[in-house]
Design a protein around this ligand. Structure first.
Ligand code: AMP
Ligand code: GLY
Length: 426
């Protein structure tokens, strides 16, 4: 069969790489892909942007694509799954209504309240004076979020009254995030340990993926600005058996049954970003209507089962009959970002040493890369995710960092402590 993966980041390289391993797959098109997907067996890049739904639909029709997997949130929030569905094409991802779980924080907060899903205390505002007043009732730090999509940058954790007031002002005035900030959510600051929990969902049924943990800040020891994610590992020791049971019972099930009861059943990958409190109670920080990046890279390294069969079972409403096998080893991925990330986006730096990194246990997933005059060069943002398997988190970490020593490009930045929290869980 011929399949289409939409997107061009590290998550999509991992999706394409894993899908290509399926015995039933002859060809994987990736739109637009990157230099990594271009070189992957069975894979071919398309010069179509991830948000060009018209061109993607035309291609899928013409080429007889039997399954489309959508990586990023923007096309989902814009309704690509509805458009493919209306055209009679199999597309794995939630429709526009369900994608509001990521597309609107105010929608999500109200949804959590309707279905008793534990999350931080909150209110939404479109007027600054009322917002400032509510923020004062929550203590410090206080969390301020732009309602709409802001490329992962729409969250400010304000440490002082002044910072809170300024953030409220700059979001609501449109200066910070344009229309995405015309409504804001102010919420309580949660403490505990963060974890990512993703499922393959179809209506009220779901199959959990292995747990994982991301590293959102740019700097070692969780310092500096937020990024899209600088590294991840799986499994996450904080998601113990008991925690998993609570996450499924208190968060995932009420979410899926709430959506179904509201007439908008969810199909696709669903990502719950969680804070696990000191008492073991999970609380929802955010939903994403897609897989996480970079969490997907280590998770798919550990997936022994056929990804395409798993997605087909979800689309056919047969998740219950499916058994998913995980490699008991740990996987860990370290992101190498371009100079200036997360604010700048330097392009065109030659990447050297990639040819020395491949072993049975190490896979370098590409993100912001491009082929240029016979070289592979940076294309901005997160550039590579060097991902390794190991008997435990420590040995996966050692293999990933050993591989990184062979890779070089100007301005390369990465964290040196990916996985350290997993080595000494509290
Ligand atoms: P989000 O874009 O919603 O994932 O938020 C980005 C990051 O901000 C999260 O990964 C958390 O580290 C942090 N964050 C968001 N909301 C809260 C909260 N209510 N309490 C503590 N940290 C938060
Ligand atoms: N790594 C977090 C995300 O994909 O949103």
């Amino acid at each position: 069969m011929r399949i289409l993966v939409i997107g061009g980041g590290g998550r999509e390289h991992a999706l394409a790489w894993k899908a290509a391993q399926s015995a039933q797959v002859d060809k994987v098109f990736v739109a637009p892909g990157n230099a990594g997907t271009a070189a992957e067996p069975k894979c071919e890049n398309l010069a179509i942007k991830a948000d060009d739904t018209g061109a993607l639909l035309g291609f899928a029709r013409r080429e007889g694509i039997e399954l489309t997997i959508v990586g990023p949130e923007a096309p989902l929030v814009a309704g690509i799954a509805d458009d493919f569905g209306n055209a009679g094409l199999a597309c794995f991802g939630p429709g526009r209504d369900c994608a509001r779980l990521e597309g609107s924080k105010a929608f999500t907060k109200a949804f959590c309240a309707r279905h008793n899903i534990p999350t931080a205390a909150w209110q939404s505002f479109s007027e600054a004076a009322a917002a400032r007043e509510y923020a004062r009732t929550l203590g410090l730090p206080v969390v301020i979020k732009a309602d709409g999509l802001a490329a992962g940058k729409g969250v400010v954790i304000a440490a002082s009254r002044e910072e809170a007031d300024e953030t409220i002002e700059s979001m609501l005035s449109g200066d910070a995030f344009g229309a995405a900030g015309s409504e804001i959510v102010i919420e309580e600051f949660l403490t505990g340990e963060e974890a990512s929990f993703m499922v393959v969902a179809a209506g009220e049924h779901f199959v959990p993926l292995a747990g994982s943990q991301d590293h959102k800040r740019i700097g070692d020891g969780d310092t500096g600005p937020n990024t899209g994610g600088m590294g991840a590992y799986s499994p996450a020791p904080v998601i113990t058996g008991a925690a998993r049971e609570r996450i499924e019972r208190e968060i995932i099930r009420p979410t899926l049954s709430g959506l179904a009861a509201e007439g908008t059943p969810y199909t696709g990958f669903l990502y719950a970003g969680l804070m696990i409190g000191e008492d073991g109670a999970p609380r929802l920080i955010e939903y994403n209507c897609r897989l996480g990046d970079p969490e997907t890279q280590p998770i798919l390294m550990r997936l022994d089962s056929d990804l395409v069969a798993l997605i087909q079972a979800a689309l056919a409403g047969k998740l219950d009959a499916l058994e998913v096998n995980w490699n008991p080893r740990a996987a860990l991925g370290v992101v190498l970002a371009c100079a200036g990330y997360p604010t700048g986006s330097h392009k065109g730096d030659i990447i050297r040493g990639l040819e020395y990194t491949s072993t049975n246990n190490v896979k370098v997933f590409h993100a912001g890369t491009a082929a240029q005059d016979g070289d592979i060069v940076t294309a901005g943002g997160r550039v590579l995710c060097v991902t390794a398997l190991g008997d435990d988190i420590g040995s996966a970490q050692a293999s990933a960092y050993e591989a990184i020593e062979k890779i070089r490009f100007d301005g390369m930045q990465f964290r040196r402590d990916i996985g350290s929290k997993g080595l000494s869980p509290r």
